[in-house]
Structure formats: C-alpha cells, structure tokens
Design a protein around this ligand. Sequence first.
Ligand SMILES: [Mg+2]
Length: 408
Amino acid sequence: MNPPRHGEGDHLKGGGGGPPSQAAADDRLPTSIASPTPPLSPREDIIRKIIHVDMDAFFASVEQRDNPDLRGKPVAVGGSSKRGVVAAASYEARAFGVKSAMPSATATRLCPDLIFVKSRFEAYRMVSRQIREIFARYTDLIQPLSLDEAYLDVTEDKQGIGSAVKIAKAIRAAIREETGLTASAGVSYNKFIAKLASDQNKPDGLCVILPEQGPEFVASLPVRRFHGVGPRTAEKMARLGVHTGADLAAKDLTWLSHHFGSWGEYLFKAARGIDDRPVNANSIRKSIGGETTYFDDKRSEGELRDAIEEIIDLVWERIERYKARGKTVVMKARYSDFRTVTRSRTVGQYVRNRAEFAQIGHSLLDQILPAEMGIRLLGLTLSNLVSEGALRSDTDMQPRFAFDAIEN
Ligand SMILES: [Mg+2]
C-alpha cells in the first residue's frame, strides 16, 4: 500500500518504466557521465552519484518486525493520550490518512482500530547503527539526516562495483537481510533529486533519475514533496499560484527572493533540478528544535501557554530521540506584522528532563507577556549541544517549518 500521494510524475518511475517498485535494472547512471547536460556540480568535470536511502515507515516497521501481532495492522508509534502525537504510522495506518506529527486524537478519529505502540528509541537506534555500518561498506561519504535516512556520495566507487544503481541494490539487499526491514532508495546526480527519488516508489522501492531526466522530473512534482516545503509553505505557494515544480521554475529569482527570502536562490536552482550541496559527512548538529506557524494569531496568555506546551512536546520528543544534551533554550516568536523576536536562557547544567525544559520554555514566554500583538509563529530550540554519539545535522535545508522536522 502506498501512502496517499499526488499522482503527478509517476510516469517517471524507475527512470524509464518498469514495475513500479523497482528501477528497471537501469544501470545507466555511470555511463551518463558524458551526458550533454550542463555541469551541475561545483567541479565541472564530474557528475556526482548520490544515493538517498530511507527506511520505510521506520519506527512502525521495527515494531511490526518485533511483534508479529502488529503485522498487517494499522499501527501508530506514539502516545494515545489526548495530547499525544503520532511519531510514525505503518502503511496500513497511512491508508486511513494517519501521518507522522498528527495529533493522536485526529489519528484515532480517522482510524478507530489504530493500535498505539510506545516508542522504543533504543531499538530504533540499534537498527540505525546497523544501516550506517552497511552504508560504510560502500562509501566514506555518508550524511545521516535522521536515524533512518542518509545521503551517500558514491561517486568514488569504494568497492569497484561499477554502478551507483548496483550499489543501491546491494545496500537495499543488505538492509533487508541484516535488519529484516525494507528501505527505499533514490539514485541521482544531487541530493535534492535523490531524496525526491527515494520517495517516488515507496515502500521498498528504487528509483533512478538520470541527469537528463532531472529537470522534467522536478517539473512534474507537487512542491509539497520538495524537502523543506512543509504544509504551511505549500499553502503559501498555493496561494501564490505555485503548485508544481514547473510553476516554481516559471518564477524568476527576484520573485522567489521577494516571497521566500534567503531561500529563494535554493528554490530557483531546485526547480531546475540543480543542487550543488555536497554530501556533508561531518555536519554535526548544533541545535535541535521545532516551530509552528498558526492559522489564527494567538494573543491571550491562555492561548500562548497552550501553544508553547505543544511545542515543548514536539521538541522534547526530538531531544529524547537524539539523546541531545544542551544548555541553551531559545524561544522564537513572530508577531502578526512579521517582526521576529528571540529570547534565550542558558543554564549551568544540561537541561535534564521535560519538566525543566517546559519550565524554561514558559519562563521565556513570560518575557513577552502580555503580548503586544497577535503571534503567528512560536518555536523553541535547544542549542549548545553536546551529543551522545554522533548527532548529525538534518537542517541543511534552510528554513524549518512546522513539523517538517519529523520525517519518516
Ligand atoms: Mg523513513
């Protein structure tokens, strides 16, 4: 069962046909180095080979693997309480519209038989270590995005396998054999397109986008599938008449910068299938946070307290997931006139638990109460991080939008 998805672009599956869940044995990527496509990477003579690997419904799949009673059933990882949030949903649950970051109450309404399972981050971290060890057999250039997702630069063919597509197949096979779980992979010439491609044939899919196919592939996709474009940004784009990559490509840089600020240049290139960002094997995460933009501005103390509580839940869940330890908490608030203010507090010891994090969050909110006008965005970030194990950045896309941080 595939998650609900806009149908556009499906004709490009597998880089040229073939059954939907497999690239059509398309090993052409390495030989396309002589392609007439203009140079896309900073080194003009090299077309890179990038693989994006993403485990399928990761937390939920681990739970179904470890508990046969859950297999074939709609499962949500997360708390079922009134204030709980779905951290991950099995494909059976997604068929009902249940998604990550959805309030559990909404999820239960959509799928009354939904089974809630408590998260077991130790189990997820163990699988995460296993898959990173598999990646390392094939390349030294690995950029994890989260526990279950990574970019690999396989331009330099560590094992002499001969093709990025063959490497992707070998990695998927090893993951299946060694973890009992499935992963999807996208193979392409940059990170932006590789990530879109891994999502194309999920679950258990492989998709190859050759350099000459990149611009057309991007043009066909709804912008909401672009990494970094969350629901709110997608809504903003829709209001501006931008629904697909093609709509975005029709806008010039001035227009994009006017509406999306510093992100404009990235969007300008992405809409043309261009992304020069390197696979950054050493991007250590320096902060962890989340923010929410509201449809209706919030101004009363009660509304703002409720709002900050939701953000505390969201961000603390992520802090626990990454076992992050930090001493500085930053609150960001954006007023209805788009002025943005930040307030921060640094404590002597690492923030130890949710109660302490919440107390700091509320004390930062106190500093802007009573609110001088309506507030349209609130966010909290824990920074000054010291990690247990490698904490990697997944924030190489510039803006963070509400709930975009939770990807599964
Ligand atoms: Mg995933």
